[in-house]
Design a protein around this ligand. Structure first.
Ligand code: NI
Length: 409
């Protein structure tokens, strides 16, 4: 594949700093689109991002940016230094795609059957690369170091935790971390963010109930796994309704339930699984304990037995208030209309950015990318997901301005 060469970033004769910055970034827009589309055509699942990682490494190499590859399998860390010593700010981008068959008929559609960048992570990589390139060309604009973290497997099983364990927040020690998600739940030209919890913890459970099967007309000789199971599913809803403080938000969803084979046989066993979401980190461990009490109590009352598995996947994404304020002030400059800032944005979706934010203060935010007039408003993880690529330049501008503020000279 042939890529067009990068432009030299022109500097007007007597610019104000902001104008020069925006002009420089606007000139990068064709490259941002080109990189995003190249990545879009070669989607890869978590921990298999070999082509994506080589693409990133090749660019960094070409621009003379110091970097290390193969961290937590396919992750990359790059360092861009300012013209004098100062703080270390990290910028995180996730790289993986999804097992979805793309239904878009666009020239840059996925060339891999059954795989698709249906969440916009191709755009996240392009934005981080554009930011790295711009800063490498403008070391005089900041002090200190910007550490770029290209992370595998956000969609699962989770690449952030192994990246943290591999020490990506050390050498040099990261003082704060920022990241964004292109977001089709918000229109282009908006930024959604929040101090505190932005996204929920993600936990999953699976349960098998063992009853005693028998004739549909002779229930007194059986332990009906469907009757036990439906009581359990209903009772699990009382955790949010009657156990957790009603001022707290959370969800207990049973997403699948399997039992029985035919109309006149009482089911011997039942299986169900689901997910738990909540924002307050103090609730960690509560749901698993309470669910098991409910399951055990109902099983005991009915003479059934159970096997219960519970796993905490991602903690909630919790933003530091100082860094959230920084992002907000920068976003106001970039978006230019106060109405474009969506404060108190929150979703029960989850993100493993949370592992970085548990380790260092930082802020994750949503960059509006939907444009219904262009047909670019399908939800994330939809086979026709696509976003307005104008958001790519806005993402770079927000990151660059954050660096200039956080790493001010
Ligand atoms: Ni995503």
């Amino acid at each position: 594949m042939v890529y067009s060469p990068l432009p030299t970033i022109a500097t007007p004769a007597h610019p104000v700093s902001g104008d020069r910055l925006r002009l420089g970034i606007r000139q990068l827009q064709p490259q941002l689109v080109e990189w995003r589309r190249a990545l879009h055509q070669h989607p890869e699942l978590g921990f298999q991002e070999q082509t994506t990682a080589s693409f990133i490494a090749q660019k960094l190499q070409q621009w003379g940016i110091e970097h290390q590859t193969a961290i937590a399998q396919t992750g990359i860390v790059a360092l861009v230094h300012g013209s004098q010593p100062g703080p270390v700010l990290a910028i995180r981008a996730d790289m993986d795609a999804l097992p979805i068959q793309e239904a878009n008929e666009v020239p840059y559609r996925s060339q891999r059957d059954g795989l698709m960048h249906a969440c916009g992570h191709d755009g996240h990589v392009a934005i981080a690369l554009g930011t790295a390139y711009y800063l490498s060309q403008h070391p005089e604009a900041f002090a200190g170091t910007v550490k770029f973290i290209f992370q595998p497997a956000e969609e699962g099983p989770g690449g952030a935790e192994p990246m943290v364990e591999a020490g990506v927040l050390q050498n040099p020690t990261v003082e704060a971390i920022i990241g964004l998600h292109l977001w089709n739940n918000l229109p282009l030209g908006t930024v959604g963010l929040r101090e505190g919890a932005l996204m929920a913890a993600v936990e999953v459970f699976r349960c098998t109930l063992q009853g005693k099967g028998g004739h549909g007309a002779m229930p007194h000789q059986t332990v009906d796994a469907i009757v036990v199971g439906t009581q359990v599913v209903t009772a699990l809803q009382t955790i949010m309704a009657r156990n957790v403080d009603p001022l707290q938000a959370g969800v207990v969803t049973v997403g699948e339930f399997h039992a029985g084979h035919t109309h006149n046989v009482i089911a011997d066993s039942a299986q169900f699984s689901g997910t738990v979401r909540y924002f307050d980190p103090r609730l960690k461990g509560y749901f698993s304990q309470r669910m098991e009490q409910i399951i055990a109590g109902i099983c005991q009352s009915q003479g059934a037995s159970y096997a219960f598995e519970y796993q905490s996947l991602y903690p909630p994404v919790v933003n530091d208030s100082t860094i959230a304020h920084l992002i907000r002030s920068v976003a106001e400059t970039v978006i230019e209309t106060p109405a474009g800032i969506v404060p108190d944005c929150q979703t029960m979706g989850g993100e493993d950015m949370s592992f970085f934010l548990e380790a260092v203060p930082g802020c994750y935010f949503f960059l509006g990318a939907a444009n219904p007039e262009k047909g670019l408003a399908f939800p994330h993880h939809h086979p026709r997901f696509d976003f307005d690529e104008t958001a790519l330049g806005m993402g770079v501008e927000i990151f660059v301005r954050c660096v200039e503020k956080f790493c001010a000279k």
